[in-house]
Design a protein around this ligand. Structure first.
Ligand code: NAP
Length: 284
C-alpha cells in the first residue's frame, strides 16, 4: 500500500513557519496585507474567499476583502486594482476567478502590479517562471512542489507525466518539474494513448477535473501520484482524478482527495503574501 501524502500535516507545519515569519516582520513594524477581490456571487468563489480570509487571520496577515456586484464594469474593477497597487498596507492582490463574462480576465490580471501578484498569474511572473527565475509561483503548483520536497521525493532524472495543461495548474507545474531536472510529458484531451503515457510515469500529476478518469491499473508500480482534481460526486462526496482505491495498491506515494493538494494551495498564497511583504522591505 502506498504512503499517503498528508497535505494537511505539511500545510500545518508551513503555516506555523509563516506565522513566525509574520511575527518577525511585525517587529520591524510591517504587517503583511492581502487584498482579495470577488466580483459577483458565485457560491464556490465565496467559499474560497472565506477560507482565504480565515487563513490570513490565523497567521496574522491583514486581510482586506472587496466584494463587488456581478454587474461591476471592467473599468471600475481596474480602478480598484490601481488603488490597491498604490496602497502601502497591501502587499498581495488576489482577484478571485472566474470573473463575470463581460470582464476580460487577462486585462485584469495584467493590471495587478507584478510585485503584488501573489497568485503568480501576471505575464511577468509567468515569464520569470519560464526562464527559471521565479518570483511569485502560482499557488497550487507551488504547493505540489513543496509537498514533493517535504515527502523527500527528488525529481532529478524522473519521468514526470502531467495530465492537464491549464495556465493555473498543468503548465506551471510542468515548468517547475523541468526546473527540478525531471523529464516532463504534458498530456491533454488530444493526447494519443493516455494510458501508455501514464504507464511510463515515475511521478504522475493529475490536474484534469474528471472524477477518477485515471485508472489505477495505468499506474506504474512504485510511482508517485499527485492528484490535484477536486470532483464532486453526489451530494457530499469529493473524489480526485485518479481511481484512488486501485492506485493506492500500486503507487509508492499518493496524495488523497480531500486532504492532499487542497490544503497546500491556500498555504502557498500565505507564503507568497509573506514573501511580497518581505520583498517590500528588502528582507529577501
Ligand atoms: P481546466 O482548466 O479545466 O483544465 C483541465 C485540463 O485537463 C485541460 O488541459 C484538459 O485538456 C485536460 N483534460 C480534460 N479531460 C481530459 C481527459 N479525459 N484526458 C486528458 N486530459 C484531459 O482545470 P484546472 O483549473 O487545471 O483544474 C484541474 C482540476 O484540479 C479540477 O478538478 C480543479 O478543481 C482542481 N484544482 C484543485 C486545486 C486545489 O487547490 N486542490 C486548485 C486548482 C484546481 P485540454 O486542454 O485539451 O482541454
Amino acid at each position: 500500500m502506498a504512503h499517503i501524502i498528508d497535505g494537511k500535516a505539511i500545510a500545518r507545519k508551513l503555516r506555523a513557519e509563516i506565522t513566525a515569519g509574520v511575527a518577525h516582520l511585525g517587529t520591524l513594524g510591517i504587517r503583511p496585507g492581502l487584498a482579495v477581490v470577488l466580483v459577483g456571487d458565485n457560491p464556490a468563489s465565496r467559499v474560497y474567499v472565506g477560507m482565504k480570509e480565515k487563513a490570513c487571520r490565523d497567521v496574522g496577515i491583514f486581510s482586506d476583502e472587496h466584494t463587488l456586484p456581478a454587474e461591476t464594469g471592467e473599468n471600475e474593477l481596474l480602478a480598484l486594482i490601481n488603488r490597491l497597487n498604490n496602497d502601502e498596507r497591501i502587499h498581495g492582490i488576489l482577484v478571485q476567478l472566474p470573473l463575470p463574462k463581460h470582464i476580460v480576465e487577462s486585462r485584469v490580471l495584467e493590471a495587478i502590479a507584478p510585485h503584488k501578484d501573489v497568485d503568480g498569474f501576471h505575464p511577468y511572473n509567468v515569464g520569470r517562471l519560464v526562464t527559471g527565475k521565479p518570483v511569485f509561483r502560482p499557488c497550487t503548483p507551488y504547493g505540489i512542489m513543496v509537498m514533493l520536497q517535504e515527502t523527500g521525493i527528488d525529481l532529478t532524472g524522473k519521468e514526470v507525466v502531467v495530465v492537464g495543461r491549464s495556465n493555473i495548474v498543468g503548465k506551471p507545474v510542468a515548468l517547475m518539474c523541468l526546473q527540478q531536472h525531471a523529464t516532463v510529458t504534458v498530456c491533454h484531451t488530444r493526447t494519443i494513448d493516455l494510458p501508455k503515457k501514464i504507464t511510463m510515469a515515475d511521478v504522475l500529476i493529475a490536474a484534469v477535473g474528471r472524477p477518477e478518469v485515471i485508472r489505477g491499473e495505468w499506474i506504474k508500480p512504485g510511482a508517485v501520484v499527485i492528484d490535484v482534481g477536486v470532483n464532486r460526486v453526489g451530494e457530499k462526496k469529493l473524489v480526485g482524478d485518479v481511481e484512488f482505491e486501485a492506485a493506492v495498491k500500486r503507487a509508492s506515494h499518493i496524495s488523497p482527495v480531500p486532504g492532499g493538494v487542497g490544503p497546500m494551495t491556500i498555504t502557498m498564497l500565505l507564503q507568497n503574501t509573506l514573501q511580497a511583504a518581505k520583498l517590500s522591505v528588502g528582507e529577501l
